[in-house]
Design a protein around this ligand. Structure first.
Ligand code: ACO
Length: 347
């Protein structure tokens, strides 16, 4: 038995933030951002009115409707995000409540695999469907990055890249020959975990990282060090990224994991009809496209409009491509992601 995407949808907030808009907060330029990342604008959700879960719910409702089912038909929820509403509980249960499916008390799972969260979620859902455990799985990737970014000059290299948005799919057993997910490949290497990370607040307490540098001035203090004054003073509560290491690793791992999936199912890159990469950076996508020798029209890129929306980027791009008629019945679609962890994967 295979798993198919029965319905797909996406939602991005209305508020458009251009590169030019960012220049009023930090020392940057439209030219620098476009040249390095390909990004022209991104969307920011409305503070206090929207959240990662509310964005996810909007995308989920579209996917559910397109699958021709009702929210009550969902029998399992998977939510992928790195920018959850709460430290705990996860967004899965909040989404369940927001969709009004509490009566069935279905399971809700949160996964924290950052940029590859959607591919990981797809693989998990695929296993549940294949074993016959569930029939209608709702998988959501959503992010509200704008709340956690550093808008000072110090944070500019990271902040200009990210945007808010959500994408969702409903997964069901495939009903036609040849239809559905052929395979998924998942990988990780924690060697460089801190090179693309937001390590505070967390339980590490500076453990093996150097307490001073990470905002834990007094290791002897019991408790109460999740968020310290030093973290706030030293601007240690936002994401950090070693950009060049991420770039260099991503352009190797993307082709590797795509070829792994193709080899597993006896296909080659020339068989790919549509390639939807995680929208990390337009330069990374272009590099991968070149290595795989894919013609430009087969590659879906929308980072120009939305920035990098992490776990939401693949379902948003796939949903848009499907709406535009770029994904048709019978097409071989390749998804691939790489990100923080490092974690990476393909489908
Ligand atoms: N505006 C203007 N100048 C900036 C900005 C900015 N937003 N950010 C950094 N700079 C400056 C730096 O301060 C530095 O100045 P200096 O030379 O005076 O010291 C200069 O630009 C070059 O900085 P680098 O960090 O060396 O810039 P680089 O050419 O590596 O580009 C970038 C940075 C775009 C992040 C690049 O490394 C990259 O594309 N990395 C891949 C990371 C990525 O795409 N991450 C996406 C998220 S992770 C994921 O989804 C996989």
């Amino acid at each position: 038995m295979r798993t198919k995407i029965a319905g797909i949808g996406h939602f991005v907030p209305e508020h458009v933030v251009t590169n030019q808009d960012l220049t009023s907060y930090m020392d940057t330029t439209d030219e620098w951002i476009r040249e390095r990342t390909g990004i022209e604008e991104r969307r920011y959700a409305t503070k206090h009115k929207e959240s990662t879960t509310s964005l996810g719910a909007k995308a989920a409702r579209i996917a559910i409707e397109r699958a021709g089912i009702a929210p009550e038909d969902i029998d399992f929820i998977i939510f992928a995000t790195l920018s959850p509403d709460y430290y705990f509980p996860g967004c899965g249960v909040l989404l369940q409540r927001e969709l009004g499916v509490t009566s069935k008390e279905v399971g809700a799972l949160d996964i924290r695999n950052q940029c590859s969260g959607f591919v990981y979620g797809l693989s998990i859902a695929d296993q549940f469907i294949k074993t016959g455990m569930y029939k209608n799985i709702l998988l959501v990737g959503a992010e509200m990055h704008s709340m956690g970014l550093d808008f000072s000059d110090e944070g500019r290299a990271v902040t200009v890249i990210f945007g808010d948005g959500a994408g969702a799919v409903v997964l069901q057993p495939a009903d036609k020959e040849g239809q559905g997910i052929l395979t998924t490949c998942l990988h990780s290497d924690g060697t460089h975990a801190e090179e693309l990370a937001m390590i505070n607040p967390g339980s590490h307490g500076g453990y093996h990282l150097g307490t001073e540098k990470f905002g834990y001035p007094d290791p002897a203090t019991p408790g109460g060090v999740f968020v310290t004054q030093k973290m706030m003073d030293d601007n240690l509560l936002s994401p950090n990224m070693t950009g060049q290491l991420v770039f260099k690793t991503a352009v190797v791992k993307f082709p590797e994991v795509i070829n792994e999936a193709l080899t597993k199912v006896g296909l080659t890159t020339t068989d790919i009809d549509v390639f939807v990469p995680h929208q990390a950076n337009l330069r990374i996508s272009q590099f991968v496209q070149k290595v795989l020798r894919l013609p430009e029209e087969k590659v879906v890129n929308n980072i120009q409009k939305y920035g990098n929306t992490t776990a939401a980027s693949i379902p948003i791009a796939l949903s848009e491509a499907w709406e535009q008629g770029r994904v048709k019945e019978g097409d071989l679609v390749c998804l691939a992601a790489f990100g923080s962890g490092f974690t990476w994967g393909s489908a």
